[in-house]
Design a protein around this ligand. Structure first.
Ligand code: GN1
Ligand code: MG
Length: 371
């Protein structure tokens, strides 16, 4: 997005109700640019979420939107069958005036719009057990729901997204190229990652050997990707569907723990504040296991603790790789941002390594409680 977009004109390109009032940018997310649009209607203000799709990251936006259309249409139908409210429990795409699920500008930029769901909150970080439990349960239910999605395999919107050995290879390539001249100052982090190379292939090997199933997964299960209903305090709607595609349930559980059980946000630079909180971990595990009991296979269950460490390692590699490449992928707000995030994630993995036995003990206790 080189110039400031004409948000009023873009809004009118979709099948909206009311008269455009204003649009404000939200700062959530490392990838897309997102705006909340306010429309004036005789019934009052009506809001929409307007998003510019980052096509540097999502190279085939039409396939991306085809996935989202299929997933939301199926979720809508299932929620209705179960007596729920599909307008609140799944995202609703607002089609373009031409009937497509997106709008393309004359310059070839892709935009999309969702109806805004009122009366919800989302949390980047919290120690509230109720919220942790319900957010985790929502992601578990989401996997369970999509297990029944009919039709062909979903498109891989970002190929090899959680294929950790490829992330490792990209990291080594970035070290070798040293595009931004940052290898020397990150020698310690590079060495730390290299020592963990052997772990990177464990889950993809299990998948390739058919020992754990490929499922439809969310692949970006951060806490704030579940909207919590203000009225009930329960998980209402899973959002950010860009990376819903074939994958392993383990990466979803792992990423949930990476962010949800952390005592500090990804951007925290005071590393003594960064670590895994066992109580938060327990509430997440409770919620996720309550939703997936009888659905996860024993081998998936056996790798839940490892999955959290692995995806956190993957994320450390991704941030460091982007730093070494000169910050071409994630949005950054200062030159050392990606390095700060990488160090934060390294601290997180170190703490998970220290707490491995304690995390396993939590899961055993929860399983025993259910016989
Ligand atoms: C990106 O944009 P956002 O915050 O939803 C990234 C995730 C990372 C996350 C780290 C498509 O997600 O994989 O875990 O940043 N999404 C993509 O905060 O790369
Ligand atoms: Mg995301």
């Amino acid at each position: 997005m080189a110039t400031e977009p004409d948000l009023s004109a873009l809004t009118q390109a979709f099948q909206v109700t009311g008269r455009f009032d204003r649009a404000t940018r939200t700062d959530s997310g490392h990838i897309h640019n997102t705006f909340v649009v306010m429309m004036i209607t005789p019934q009052g203000i009506l809001r929409y979420t307007l998003q510019h799709i980052n096509t540097r990251v999502f190279k085939d936006p039409e396939k991306l939107m085809e996935n989202i259309e299929r997933v939301t249409a199926f979720a809508r139908q299932q929620i209705r069958q179960e007596g729920g409210n599909p307008d609140r429990q799944t995202l609703t795409l607002v089609p373009g005036r031409d009937g497509h699920a997106y709008h393309v500008t004359p310059e070839g930029e892709y935009w999309r719009m969702y109806a805004f769901i009122d009366g919800t909150s989302s949390y980047e970080i919290t120690d509230n057990p109720h919220i942790l439990y319900h957010a985790a349960r929502s992601f578990g239910n989401f996997q369970r729901l999509l297990d029944r999605l009919p039709g062909p395999r979903l498109h891989e919107t970002i190929p090899y997204f959680h294929y950790t050995p490829r992330r490792y290879a990209a990291f080594e390539a970035a070290v070798a190229a040293d595009q931004a001249g940052r290898v020397e100052e990150t020698a310690a982090e590079i060495e730390w990652i290299r020592q963990r190379r052997d772990e990177t292939s464990i889950i993809v090997d299990l998948l390739a050997q058919g020992r754990i199933p490929e499922r439809i997964t969310h692949n970006d299960t951060k806490l704030n990707n579940v909207l919590i209903d203000d009225a009930t305090g329960e998980g209402l709607c899973v959002i950010d569907l860009d990376t819903v595609m074939p994958g392993s349930s383990l990466y979803d559980f792992g990423d949930l723990v990476r962010m949800g059980a952390a005592t500090a946000i990804e951007d925290e630079t005071a590393l003594e504040k960064v670590g895994l909180d066992l109580t938060r971990f327990e509430w997440l595990a409770r919620g996720y296991l309550d939703a997936t009991r009888g659905f996860l296979t024993p081998l998936e269950q056996a790798h839940l603790v490892f999955s959290a460490r692995l995806i956190t390692l993957e994320q450390a590699m991704r941030f460091l790789t982007d730093y070494l490449n000169g910050d071409t992928y994630y949005k950054v707000s200062h030159p050392r941002h990606n390095l700060d995030r990488a160090r934060n994630q390294i601290k997180m993995v170190t703490d998970m390594e220290d707490k491995q036995a304690a995390m396993e003990a939590v899961l055993s206790r929860l399983e025993r409680a259910h016989g």
